[in-house]
Write a protein that binds this ligand. Structure first.
Ligand SMILES: Nc1nc2c(c(=O)[nH]1)N[C@H]1C(S)=C(S)[C@@H](COP(=O)(O)OP(=O)(O)OC[C@H]3O[C@@H](n4cnc5c(N)ncnc54)[C@H](O)[C@@H]3O)O[C@H]1N2
Ligand code: MOO
Ligand SMILES: [Mg+2]
Length: 418
């Protein structure tokens, strides 16, 4: 008889063994989607010189003090600067430099007037700019440090690099980017009934879908999957695969063979390894048979063979462990509240994690089961972008009830399981 423990207790037992992985460097081109291994601080002010935000004229504001439509001022245009050129030397109050967006403000100038507000005038072979309004000192200047100041923290360690982070990295010259190594996750699918994906169906056999599903889940969480293929339901084959995986991977995930059937060898494998069992029954549906053990300081996750139970077990237990290895403080699934779209009246003493579809409608989050809700179901995984959490022991949930939902396709995460 197995004694179920609460989901939060199971997660805690696993996370006690979590640790931070190693760092490596990748080129900025390869950094997208990786977890940063260091805090990123501004190494210079940005912009690091005063710049013009417009195409126009750089001027001394005081020269326009009395400018108006009836008394325009004329300033001599002594040169032009584009993004590539810099104006050497100061300008005098009666002068202006034509300036393009992004170019450095010449010494002596303290404002920019947009080209649309001016007129060019040629007089005695010289070019002047005519200005019909007063321009304030500092007007239209992107100041040094306006965007980012040297030393300020911009991106925290553990952050998954998005296009915006890439822009910041490039701004500060990070050609090589410190990222966390992707944790290596071994995936072992147990089951003599399993066929390769390319094999034709035979009576009593099914294709090994869990290995591919898990591979994608590992990738989504930021890990590097190593698929050990399918393993026959014998003690020897299972033991051999697990011990091999323990040598090559940081995390070992098995699917199937974890229940109480005659051919469920995972419990025996844990025993033979002398592993410390963390749990072998969790008060949840699906995935109540989910097990975890530690051998040689390596955490072994024994996920259910039933596809939906396997999927949920990965997201609840393996994902936070993997995220912690990536140096992420927010390693847990983010929880939001949503309105239940339809009645869910099935009762169960265990907490249910229903594969669900979360949507945003009329300014509100709504959630509905993504399909059939049995643990051997594959189809409901297609639409699942979240897990609807329904606490056990209730008499069911009516449409319109506010419920908790865990986000599966979110990078932000949460600092704790709650
Ligand atoms: N007497 C009891 N029987 C069962 C219990 C129980 O408490 N007492 N628990 C049930 C629950 S709940 C689940 S979930 C399953 C878990 O079984 P296992 O984790 O041991 O998995 P298997 O027996 O190996 O397979 C279960 C099911 O899943 C299919 N499967 C397995 N691997 C794959 C794969 N890689 N891809 C696709 N499908 C896979 C397999 O063919 C079976 O149909 O036990 C219940 N029984
Ligand atoms: O608890 Mo089993 O693991 O899904 O139905
Ligand atoms: Mg079984």
């Amino acid at each position: 008889m197995r004694k179920p423990i609460k989901v939060e207790e199971a997660i805690e037992r696993v996370m006690k063994w979590s640790y931070e992985g190693e760092k490596e460097y990748v080129s900025i081109e390869e950094s997208f989607g990786r977890a940063l291994a260091e805090d990123i601080k501004a190494t210079t002010d940005v912009p690091w010189f005063d710049r013009s935000p417009y195409d126009g004229y750089a001027i001394c504001a005081a020269a326009t003090e009395n400018a108006s439509a009836s008394t325009p001022v004329l300033l001599e245009v002594v040169g032009t600067v584009g993004a590539e050129t810099v104006w050497e030397g100061p300008i005098e109050p009666h002068q202006a430099v034509k300036i393009m967006t992004g170019a450095a403000i010449p010494d002596g100038a303290n404002a920019v007037i947009m080209v649309e507000l001016t007129q060019e005038v040629i007089k005695d072979g010289k070019t002047f700019v005519q200005i019909k309004r007063r321009v304030a000192e500092g007007e239209n200047i992107s100041r040094i440090g306006e965007d980012m100041q040297e030393g300020c923290l911009l991106v925290e360690k553990g952050t998954v690099i998005n296009p915006g982070v890439v822009a910041v990295l490039a701004t500060f010259g990070y050609y090589r980017v410190p990222v966390m190594k992707r944790p290596k996750v071994a995936i072992i699918a147990t089951g003599s009934e399993l066929l390769e994906v390319y094999e034709p169906l035979e009576k009593g056999k099914i294709r090994n879908s869990n290995a591919y599903m898990l591979k994608a889940q590992v990738r989504r969480a930021g890990g590097e999957p190593i698929v050990y293929g399918k393993v026959k339901d014998t003690f020897e084959a299972t033991f051999e695969a697990v011990t091999k995986a323990m040598q090559e991977a940081d995390i070992v995930v098995t699917t199937g063979g974890v229940s109480v059937g005659d051919f469920d060898y995972i419990p025996n494998v844990y025993e033979k390894l002398g592993a410390q069992l963390l749990f072998n029954k969790v008060g949840m549906r699906p995935g109540s048979v989910t097990s975890a053990a530690v051998a040689d300081k390596k955490v072994l996750f024994g996920l259910s063979g039933n596809p939906s139970a396997c999927y949920v077990g990965f997201e609840l237990f393996v994902r936070p462990f993997l995220k912690a290895m990536l140096g992420q403080k927010n390693c847990y699934l983010k929880k939001v509240q949503a309105i239940l779209k339809e009645d869910f009246l099935k009762t169960n003493p265990f907490t249910r994690f229903v594969r669900a579809k979360l949507s945003y409608n009329d300014g509100m989050l709504h959630v509905e089961p993504a399909g059939k809700d049995k643990s051997n179901i594959v189809s409901s995984l297609v639409q699942a972008n979240s897990l609807l959490v329904l606490p056990g022991g209730s008499r069911g949930f009516k449409a319109g009830t506010k419920v908790d939902v865990l986000l599966l396709e979110d990078e932000e995460g949460a600092p704790k399981w709650s």
